[in-house]
Design a protein around this ligand. Structure first.
Ligand SMILES: O=P(O)(O)OC[C@H]1O[C@H](OP(=O)(O)OP(=O)(O)O)[C@H](O)[C@@H]1O
Ligand SMILES: O=C(O)c1cc(=O)[nH]c(=O)[nH]1
Length: 174
């Protein structure tokens, strides 16, 4: 991704203050992905940068909730089908955690917005694997570089990031 795009993403979604993160950590900064995902041009450009990182695969899997708009645009750009992965399976209707077509025996790439510790991804990738998906790669928009890559590697998951925290910080200084 170019520094110009990194800078636009940073300016659009970087917040300062005190934020409790999904992992329970407290942070003085927060990337509010919905602020760039709600901008059609920016969402598309970030999705394009993520498409460039895709390995050969059969299905995309967008993580609830912020991964879903990214996966949807990537699906439009590539023609790949996508499934939508709930944090918790619905307890009525089809009772599915991965909504959409089949994933069993398919090479599935998981699409995420922001990665901090990778905890949310570890849970969802385990869930996808339990229903037969072949999951080896995760593509995210922003890697906060707080251990996610290393934690995912323990479970044989490779993280590919369109933007790292370093990219974002460098774009501000450039
Ligand atoms: O790498 P981790 O330490 O797991 O943290 C990152 C996760 O936290 C956020 O999820 P949140 O539950 O806030 O998601 P949503 O707004 O996308 O539903 C983000 O979308 C990632 O899924
Ligand atoms: O770790 C998180 O929960 C998290 C961090 C962040 O910068 N943005 C986000 O949406 N979630």
């Amino acid at each position: 991704m170019t520094y110009q795009l990194a800078r636009r993403v940073y300016d659009t979604c970087h917040l300062t203050g005190q934020f409790r993160l999904r992992s329970g950590q407290v942070s003085e900064e927060y990337f509010d992905k919905y602020l760039f995902e709600g901008q059609p041009a920016l969402l598309r450009e970030v999705a394009e940068a993520m498409v460039a990182l895709l390995p050969e695969c059969d299905v995309l899997a967008g993580m609830e909730m912020g991964g879903i708009p990214l996966a949807t645009v990537m699906s439009q750009l590539t023609g790949l089908p996508t499934v939508f992965v709930r944090k918790h399976a619905k307890e009525y209707g089809t009772n599915k955690a991965a909504e959409g077509g089949p994933v069993d025996g398919r090479r599935v790439v998981v699409i995420e917005d922001v990665v901090t510790t990778g905890g949310a991804l570890l849970a969802s990738c385990a869930q996808l694997r339990s229903i037969g998906a072949q999951v080896e790669t995760v593509v995210c928009a922003i890697d906060r570089e707080q251990g996610g890559r290393e934690n995912l590697a323990v479970e044989a998951l490779q993280l590919r990031a369109a933007l790292t925290r370093r990219d974002l910080e460098a774009s501000v200084l450039a």
